[in-house]
Design a protein around this ligand. Structure first.
Ligand SMILES: C[S@@+](CC[C@H](N)C(=O)[O-])C[C@H]1O[C@@H](n2cnc3c(N)ncnc32)[C@H](O)[C@@H]1O
Length: 189
């Protein structure tokens, strides 16, 4: 069986290119946990780029810190929060933001605050990428258990994003590999 560490070095990087991440990009990985996406993003954006890795789980971030030292990465900015959804980050800062397997932690009101904050910190025409795990039909759980994919797309479009595409691939989920789909939105002015 293919290992996650191999995915992080090859298939994961190919996937991240396919969803739109490029060399030198400034990326935000919101709800990064132990960094199964943060690590390959760090490799892909190289020295000229940076990945902000935000999570409220300190022990997961400690694990990410160890992994980043192992690969001698110097472009990961680890940010431990108390779950707040407003950030001290300039407007139009990021080239790419991802919400992977995280929205089910947030109530609609919190999700809306987050979408608006991310709309503010993303550059114009930049991408918000979402792994919509735990909606109806995809192991429904917590705050997304009664939400359909088209409803999730609508709530994100309601703050100004435009749904762009769905991309299916082998994904990392809860420290294993599985087939799944992500959805990309564009910040359009
Ligand atoms: C299931 S993990 C997903 C990890 C990673 N994105 C992935 O797809 O492999 C969800 C993470 O989101 C974090 N999280 C949930 N709500 C958060 C919030 N309000 N602020 C920061 N992190 C949050 C949790 O601590 C957890 O580590």
């Amino acid at each position: 069986m293919k290992k996650l560490s191999d995915w992080e070095k090859k298939t994961g990087i190919d996937f991240l290119k396919k969803i739109g991440i490029k060399k030198s990009y400034k990326v935000l990985d919101f709800g990064c946990n132990n960094g199964n996406y943060t690590i390959p993003i760090s490799t892909l954006v190289e020295k000229g780029g940076i990945v902000f890795a935000i999570d409220e789980n300190k022990s997961a971030l400690n694990e990410l810190q160890k992994k980043s030292k192992l690969i001698k990465s110097d472009n990961i900015k680890i940010i431990h929060t108390n779950g707040e959804l407003y950030y001290n980050i300039a407007d139009d800062f990021f080239d790419f933001v991802m919400f992977y397997d995280v929205l089910h932690y947030l109530k609609l009101q919190q999700r809306t605050i987050l979408y608006k904050e991310i709309f503010r910190v993303l550059k114009s025409n930049a991408i918000l990428s979402v792994h919509p795990k735990h909606i109806i039909g995809n192991f429904p759980l917590n705050e997304l258990q009664n939400v359909k994919l088209d409803e999730l797309i609508s709530e994100i479009e309601d703050v100004g994003f435009k749904y762009n595409e769905k991309i299916c691939s082998e994904l990392s989920h809860d420290n294993h590999l599985e087939n799944g789909c992500i959805i990309n939105f564009v910040k359009q002015y």
